[in-house]
Design a binder for this molecule. Structure first.
Ligand code: IMP
Length: 440
């Protein structure tokens, strides 16, 4: 008999954009709370409901379901303006997004705040000569986490204290303006105008702010179900990802613990979302990247353009060593495979089953960039199913070759496939019986 799990971490298996938004939205009806634990408005979750498109960057997708509460955890870096504009957009779309004790959305009092000088420094540094260009989303994410680790950041609780906010902005602007002018020749930011703008924003944010660690632990104690929603993807993790081409937070499953204040023994299961192929935006290694017409086909059929920046995504074949690595560092129990239908027109599907580095066959993921740069993927070629899988919701109704593709993926990846997505809408989703039972 399946052991039911009250909590689950759900995250992207590779470099983000795996289609997690839709999956979190579909699964959220089984959970009372969805909590974000890392990143900021660099994430972009596209959800399509009844043909209407919502792009959420900061607010957990769960809030789109009546009765499901959203939490922005302490591990998140919060841009107050981005947060307020997202709340406004959702309210204009007819969602209540109530704040306060009995509200629907909660922001951790311990989350860090992104301020305009974080963006200023990031934009200048990304383009400075001699720097490794990461291809960031230019949202100030890295510099905000730098301040957090440097112990000079501003937390949400401090944003609400006007005297503290004023002093913090004055001191920080003095320091950041001096650095930006000296290193990059950037024009200074005005601390007075910044204080006034952020003090006004703080008033609007205040009703959402609470001790979310306490809230989440209480909810779990009561036996309610909580989903921890990752942002970005496991291989963008600051420790385990393809450093330095990563984001600045712990996007792996472990981040759910430190990023929300819930103990590791309270994590019920880990669900990783992977496309049937792989994509990446921004710079950095990508062993199975496709450089021929197949990439154009996948990009066009899969609408592979960044949800936040609109940049075309790099496309590649499924990389099993990388997926196994991702499953290992996350403790992934279940896989959700998205965009199966995007591969409907592929006559042949190469799947990477190993690497050759310096002429030697290996399955180990190199820690250094030099290793990545010399990888030659070893491919097994599978026959494409070459017919439509769009909207199919039962495994047995998939074409045989599509079933074989999924079986191969499951066998080789070390995790079980729990769901398969065959189109962008909520209804175009297949849920395996065993997975259904675990999350019932
Ligand atoms: P940052 O998070 O803006 O610092 O960007 C660092 C790297 O992570 C860049 O390669 C970005 O393109 C990538 N990145 C950040 N957030 C996401 C996301 O939500 N999806 C995909 N890539 C992301």
């Amino acid at each position: 008999m399946a052991i039911q799990r009250k909590t689950a971490v759900i995250l992207g298996a590779q470099w983000g954009d795996e289609g997690k938004g839709k999956i979190v939205d579909v699964l959220s009806e089984r959970f009372s709370v969805v909590a974000r634990y890392a990143g900021g408005h660099n994430a972009g979750h596209t959800v399509i409901i009844g043909g209407k498109k919502f792009v959420l960057q900061l607010i957990p997708c769960g809030v789109l379901r009546p009765g499901c509460r959203g939490v922005i955890g302490n591990g998140v870096v919060l841009d107050p303006m981005a947060f307020l504009s997202e709340v406004k957009k959702l309210r204009e779309a007819g969602l209540a997004i109530a704040s306060g004790r009995d509200g629907q959305l909660f922001v951790s009092n311990r989350a860090q705040v992104i301020l305009p000088y974080h963006r200023m420094i990031e934009l200048a540094a990304e383009n400075a000569p001699g720097r490794t260009k990461i291809g960031t989303t230019s949202r100030g994410i890295g510099p905000a986490y730098e301040d957090k680790m440097h112990r000079s950041g501003l937390r949400v609780i401090d944003l609400l204290n006007t005297a503290l906010l004023r002093t913090h902005i004055e001191n920080a602007c003095h320091e950041k303006n001096t650095i930006a002018a000296a290193l990059f020749g950037t024009a200074p930011l005005d601390p007075k105008a910044m204080y006034e703008e952020y003090a006004r924003a703080a008033e609007q944010i205040a009703p959402f702010v609470t001790d979310t660690a306490e809230l989440l632990n209480e909810v779990i104690e009561k036996g309610e179900k909580v989903m921890f929603e990752g942002a970005q993807g496991a291989l963008l993790d600051i420790d385990h990802g393809t450093y330095p081409y990563v984001t600045s937070s712990s996007s792996t499953a472990g981040g759910a613990v430190t990023g929300t204040g819930v103990g590791p023994n309270r994590i019920g299961t880990v669900i990783a979302v992977t496309k049937a192929y792989v994509t990446r935006v921004g710079e950095g290694p990508f062993p199975t990247e496709i450089h021929d017409d197949s990439a154009t086909l996948l990009r066009a059929r899969g609408q592979e353009y960044g949800a936040v920046t609109g940049r075309p995504r790099r496309c590649g074949w499924l990389d099993l060593p990388l997926l196994r690595y991702s499953n290992m560092i996350n403790g992934t129990e279940w896989l959700v495979v998205t965009k199966m239908d995007v591969m409907d027109e592929c006559a042949e599907i190469p799947v990477c089953t190993g690497y050759k580095i310096g002429g030697r066959l290996t399955e180990t993921i190199p820690a250094e960039m030099r290793g990545f740069e010399t990888i030659q993927p070893v491919y097994t070629k599978l026959k494409g199913w070459a017919c439509s899988t769009e909207g199919i919701t039962e495994f047995e109704r998939l074409p045989k070759l599509a079933q074989e593709y999924l079986n191969f993926m499951e066998r080789e990846s070390g995790a079980r496939i729990g769901m398969v997505s065959t189109g962008p809408d909520r209804e175009q989703t297949m849920t395996m019986a065993a997975f259904d039972a675990v999350l019932a």
